[in-house]
Design a protein around this ligand. Sequence first.
Ligand code: HEC
Ligand code: HEC
Length: 154
Amino acid sequence: MNKTVKLITALLLVMGVGPAQAQSDGASLDTGTMKSLRGALSLDQDPAPERIRDPLKDQDIQDRQYMHQPPLIPHQVRGYEVDLKVNRCLSCHGWKNAASRNAPRVSVTHFEPRDGLTLSDISPRRYFCMQCHVPQTGAKPLVENTFTPVESLR
Ligand code: HEC
Ligand code: HEC
């Protein structure tokens, strides 16, 4: 019995170590029948990003479901560039322009880095808006969802 356990552990170790070694060679990855989100590209190639499918038309502000939920993006975002030089989202949601664009401002939490300070500009950890805020698509739910918002938000 003990021997069998050792044998299985040894086998698992060999299986785990094998693929890791193959990757570090820089050779293209043989993923067998498995397909990851980035496709079957090798690690030094960037896949073309998927387009957001079936984006919903612009809507009103959406209800939040729980405290501290990043609000959903109620409008389309196609072509809104966010990179080192430009942040299209801030051109409407930054404090300077929000009023003239009739858009809600980012809240003060967006100026706070990890150590409890308040910066005079957007905090680096809030720069890439779509890490947290997502637009909506017309996708049908894959499974039934019985989630209900917290009492105070219903
Ligand atoms: C052209 C101006 C404009 C740009 C650019 C823009 N937005 Fe907006 N956004 C708005 C307006 C206006 C609203 C309010 C819509 C309403 O009141 O119905 C809004 C609403 C939102 C909300 C909802 C806020 C809430 O309290 O529910 C979020 C989140 C948001 N936008 C995120 C983004 C992100 C992320 C980007 C960049 C990818 C972006 N927006 C780019 C104008 C803009
Ligand atoms: C790390 C996650 C995160 C990132 C990144 C982020 N946000 Fe938010 N955002 C939140 C959360 C959580 C809230 C709701 C609570 C709060 O205001 O902090 C929020 C609230 C908002 C609101 C509503 C403010 C209000 O007073 O109701 C707007 C507008 C917004 N974010 C826009 C943006 C824009 C534009 C960016 C990019 C420049 C961005 N956010 C980046 C998490 C994030």
